[in-house]
Design a protein around this ligand. Sequence first.
Ligand SMILES: Cc1cc2nc3c(=O)[nH]c(=O)nc-3n(C[C@H](O)[C@H](O)[C@H](O)COP(=O)(O)OP(=O)(O)OC[C@H]3O[C@@H](n4cnc5c(N)ncnc54)[C@H](O)[C@@H]3O)c2cc1C
Length: 462
Amino acid sequence: LPDAILPLLAELAGAGNLITGEPLTIRTNGYWDTSPTKAMAVVTPQTLIQLQAVLACCHQHRQAVTIQGGLTGTVRGQVAQPGEIAISLEKMSTITHFNPIDKTLIAEAGCTLQQIQEFARDRQLLLPIDIGARGSCTIGGNIATNAGGMEVLRYGMMRNHVLGLEAVLADGTLVSAMNQMKKNNTGYDLKQLFIGSEGTLGIVIKAVLQLQPLPTSRETALIACRSFTALTDVLDSAQRSLGETLTRFEIMDGDYFRAQTQPEGHRAPLADKHDWYALAEIAGYSPEGDRVQFETWLEFLLAADHAADIVIASNQKQREELWLIRENFDIAIAEKPFFLYDVSLPISAMEDYLAKLRGAIHCQWPGAKIYTLGHMADGNLHFFISPRCSGSEDELKLRADEWVYGELTAFSGSVSAEHGIGIDKKKCLHHCRSAEELQLMKSIKRLMDPYNLLNPGRIFDL
Ligand SMILES: Cc1cc2nc3c(=O)[nH]c(=O)nc-3n(C[C@H](O)[C@H](O)[C@H](O)COP(=O)(O)OP(=O)(O)OC[C@H]3O[C@@H](n4cnc5c(N)ncnc54)[C@H](O)[C@@H]3O)c2cc1C
């Protein structure tokens, strides 16, 4: 019987760590899909021993498992399929070590990103990764998805901040690779197998994270532009004038800005008539000098006619208000359905790509809303596409996929800049990975998880 394994798991998981029956009905698929989970049970181990025992049992009984962090992933990797057991790391959420000299900490996988950010900030340090889901997403999920976010431009993706980690394999074996140094060329760097592999090769249980000195200055401006060309001019001059203090460069198209700042939305600090808006932020260690440098750059943008209008945040509250327009998108996506995309392509190709994509969509769906936003400096664009026409949601999504990914192939773009492949994008993986690459990925999966039990059907089917 499929659920014959449950009494065994109840014993191995520890008291109160196996959720079934009535309590299971209130567990959902997470942020993007609040319908009840289809998992047969959710296991919430509190210790490594419990987790290893649960996995060994699942391995012995050929029981498939889904790994769950904060359930904010956008490609449904964390969504349990019928018959699967979900293993949630939510009770393994302690920061166990901190080393002020090396500026490192060790966090268990279930720590939220915000928990670690705050821990570091209290010690005048920075974990330089930030995403809108910071309050819910976990460091284990961030590592498994190699999360990106708003500061990749300066500090790189999650991978850059992980010095070492521990992971449990499908059969319960612990692989400890808790390296503490930046340099360690001693054979294969095995931690990289677990970073960005979306839980298909092992369960990350803790990690050594590299922190940075906390910047002492931060300056933010919202910049309105009349065209995409002007936007690229603004980015180019920011990179030349601000150097490595440039930490964030996020863009929003005019339609997204107007949707976000409609009367019942966020306050519009600039007129909403412009085609493009950029949020630029610097962070440094010289408050007065940084402010002067930033203002000089903004003056140049106006003088050179790269910017049509600019507003600068004069305190933290104003800065937060500006970021809300970019980050808190509930208002823009209130009318369902909407489809979220995460692609990357060369900045030089973006304007052409956007024109073709908008043309293709509006030709078939004249009332569609297409909101473009994202981390432009990393070549990463996000879209929210709302068809605003009749048809089944699945069919509409397929059409939108064809346009978004079809146009992308011509520009050698990637179907996933930072969100991963999960279940949703596996049919598109061939757009940006060769047959040989896919074959090697599958061979690694077969070696590490021969019965295909960890997050099966994520990234690819075997
Ligand atoms: C408002 C909002 C903004 C976002 N912004 C960004 C952004 O800017 N950049 C970005 O990259 N993403 C962004 N995301 C997506 C999401 O937050 C990230 O993918 C995040 O890293 C997922 O973490 P999680 O703990 O929620 O993982 P989950 O959603 O629970 O899981 C995601 C994947 O990781 C696997 N997994 C989770 N924990 C582990 C573990 N311990 N070991 C092995 N595998 C594991 C899961 O099985 C699943 O495949 C955003 C999401 C939201 C809701």
